[in-house]
Design a protein around this ligand. Structure first.
Ligand SMILES: NC(=O)c1ccc[n+]([C@@H]2O[C@H](COP(=O)([O-])OP(=O)(O)OC[C@H]3O[C@@H](n4cnc5c(N)ncnc54)[C@H](OP(=O)(O)O)[C@@H]3O)[C@@H](O)[C@H]2O)c1
Length: 302
């Protein structure tokens, strides 16, 4: 592999759609991709933040790239569908889709589609956005879908709780006492890996590859809105965390590395194949997850 390929320099001239680029790993990735000549579509819920990021990127790199902003709240299927429609109308092509936005909720909240929040934002949103954009990605000669997963998927030791997709068991008094919301988060990051594996299966013999990755423990704004306890724990953990730029390295590498050296459906960490839990290699669960996710995205279609 050449230096350019390992550093993801061959994203030059590609169009990358990225969610969660207003903060942390996504923001660092957007900067790195822009510096390497990628045109960007930033998908964000907060227009002011997104426009500020876009303006800074244009000021630095606008002489060679375009930066578009699409507004979507990843907890709302209607909002995701609207943004996808705008992308079809506005983007000449999409080469790279980066499903990076993510969050963890410590209370059992439901979205307008009736899904539990952590599940909806971390798994259903990437599932829906990806399936909506597939036709557009088909037009690229080297399309990639990259999803930000986590080593935290190993917390889901029993796999996806298909009999309790709303995750209620994690949020009751005893569930919370045992750290339930963290396990729920782990379940969604496991879902990212199973989704990627099944997506790659379904995209065999196409121009579209799917990858997911673990950024490591990264100092970002993650888990800062969950009260003083979460803020304190996160502040302690962040002392051991890497920078967002370091956390984004594998993502940027997957966006641009020679695909002959990558395995579609694969899980990566530190620019190499990562270690999966047993549950993350369960292709039966991956197929089942796809089927139940299809049912869960029907709600907003009516
Ligand atoms: N930090 C870590 O140690 C770590 C480790 C492993 C995996 N990850 C994963 O890395 C990804 C990025 O997280 P981060 O650490 O960079 O955290 P972050 O700094 O909190 O960034 C999260 C991004 O997601 C966006 N987002 C959250 N909820 C959204 C929603 N409902 N609609 C639209 N956008 C939404 C945020 O937008 P706003 O700016 O509007 O809030 C922000 O841009 C997540 O998928 C996370 O699970 C993080």
């Amino acid at each position: 592999m050449t230096g350019n390929q390992t550093n993801g320099h061959n994203v030059n001239g590609k169009y990358a759609v990225i969610t969660g680029a207003t903060s942390g790993i996504g923001l660092a990735a957007a900067r790195a991709l822009a510096a390497r000549g990628a045109n960007l579509g930033l998908v964000a819920r907060n227009a002011a933040k997104a426009n500020e990021v876009a303006a800074k990127l244009r000021a630095s790199y606008g002489y060679r790239i375009t930066v578009d902003v699409f507004i979507a709240d990843m907890s709302s299927q209607r909002s995701i569908r609207r943004a996808a429609q705008e992308m079809y109308a506005q983007c000449p092509k999409i080469d790279i889709l980066i499903n990076n936005a993510g969050a963890m909720f410590v209370d059992h909240k439901l979205t307008e589609d009736g899904l539990e929040m952590t599940w909806a934002v971390n798994h259903i949103a990437p599932f829906l956005l990806t399936t909506l954009l597939l036709d557009k990605l088909t037009l690229s000669d080297d399309a990639r879908i990259i999803t930000t997963s986590s080593h935290g998927h190993k917390m889901a030791r029993k796999g996806i709780g298909f009999d309790d997709l709303s995750g209620k068991r994690w949020f009751g008094f005893w569930g919370k006492m045992k750290g339930g919301p963290n396990f729920r988060y782990g379940e969604t990051k496991l879902a990212n890996i199973l989704f990627t594996a099944e997506l790659a299966n379904r995209l065999q013999n196409t121009n579209i590859a799917a990858y997911c990755f673990d950024p490591g423990l990264v100092a970002t704004n993650f888990n800062r809105d969950n009260g003083w306890m979460a803020r304190m724990t996160t502040a302690v953990m962040m002392r051991f965390a890497r920078t967002p730029e370091k956390g984004a390295e594998t993502l940027v590498w997957l966006a641009g590395a020679d695909r002959a050296h990558l395995e579609s459906g694969g899980y990566y960490a530190d620019k190499q194949a990562g270690t999966l839990s047993a549950q993350a290699s369960n292709m039966e669960a991956a197929k089942k997850l796809w089927e139940v996710s299809e049912v869960q995205i029907c709600a907003s279609q009516a």
